[in-house]
Design a protein around this ligand. Structure first.
Ligand code: NAP
Length: 252
């Protein structure tokens, strides 16, 4: 057993900043060659040069996860430049349509499902066959505690993350016999661009500080260790699970 990822290939969507960047860092530090992918190539390039001295290679690949052709290109380019994918981290997500649920339009609904749910499934459909063929692989879906416990006026986000949790469990049942593991990580409130609406709101921060067992907002780096564990052979008997990293927010 080992946390060593030398010789392994990983894809981390949204790996240029926030939680995805922290995960990509830990994977490359453990020796994996990592393709980081999102829309803004400048971010990805900056991250890749920041990671240049790590044992694993980091390559930036532009990809809008809502575009099937971009995902196909991501899978193809990663395999041709780094080899077959051993580790897939579906981390990119968006959040629109926050507010009263009756204001949610068909377009918002479709976009949230496409970016947060369908994109992960499409990428799994592109890389899992090769994992199955090679009898080895680890798929990690980044979900949210909002997918376990609904957020007020966050219908689409909560639904999309709940769907991803069930996708994780369903695929774990199918892929287990091929030694391909599928797990999810559910962060609580983590300080990134994505969540600034919450951590810039003093009232919200006070609520966290007065009610959460670990009374502070989490940092992206605090998600890296669990991702490394799930990517590595150390978690060889773990599949179909959702690991909550939320400072204890959902403990009560
Ligand atoms: N922060 C939190 O409190 C929190 C809590 C629970 C769960 N999460 C989950 O953690 C994951 C990462 O979020 P984060 O907090 O690290 O946010 P972040 O720093 O804003 O990162 C979001 C990432 O997603 C990428 N992305 C967004 N839309 C995309 C698209 N259409 N195609 C490709 N990439 C796209 C962004 O890159 P580009 O802009 O370059 O495309 C960015 O790298 C998400 O799944 C989020 O739901 C976050």
């Amino acid at each position: 057993m080992s946390f060593n990822l030398e010789g392994r290939t990983a894809i981390v969507t949204g790996g240029g900043r926030g939680i995805g960047k922290a995960i990509a860092f830990r994977l490359a530090q453990a020796g994996a060659n990592v393709a980081i992918a999102s829309r803004k190539i400048e971010n990805l390039e900056a991250t890749a040069s920041e990671f240049a001295s790590l044992p694993g290679k980091t390559i930036p690949l532009a990809c809008h996860v809502g575009r099937a052709d971009h995902l196909e290109n991501l899978a193809r380019e990663t395999e041709s430049r780094l080899g077959p994918v051993d580790i897939l981290v579906n981390n990119s997500a968006t959040n629109i349509g926050q507010g009263p649920s009756l204001n949610v339009t068909d377009e918002m609904f479709a976009k949230m499902m496409e970016i947060n749910v369908l994109s992960a499934f499409r990428l799994i459909r592109l890389v899992a066959p090769r994992m199955i063929e090679r009898n080895s692989g680890s798929i990690i879906n980044i979900v949210s505690i909002a997918g376990i416990r609904p957020q007020t006026e966050g219908l689409l986000y909560s639904m999309s993350k709940a769907a991803l949790i069930m996708m994780t469990r369903s695929l774990a049942l199918e892929f287990g016999k091929h030694n391909v593991r599928v797990n999810a990580i559910a962060p609580g409130l983590i300080k990134t661009d994505f969540s600034e609406f919450f951590w810039k709101n003093e009232e919200h921060v006070k609520r966290v500080e007065s009610s959460q067992p670990l009374p502070r907002i989490g940092l992206p780096e605090e998600l890296g260790g669990i991702a490394l564990y799930l990517a590595s052979d150390e978690s060889s008997f773990v599949t179909g699970q959702t690991f909550v990293v939320d400072g204890g927010a959902t403990a009560r």
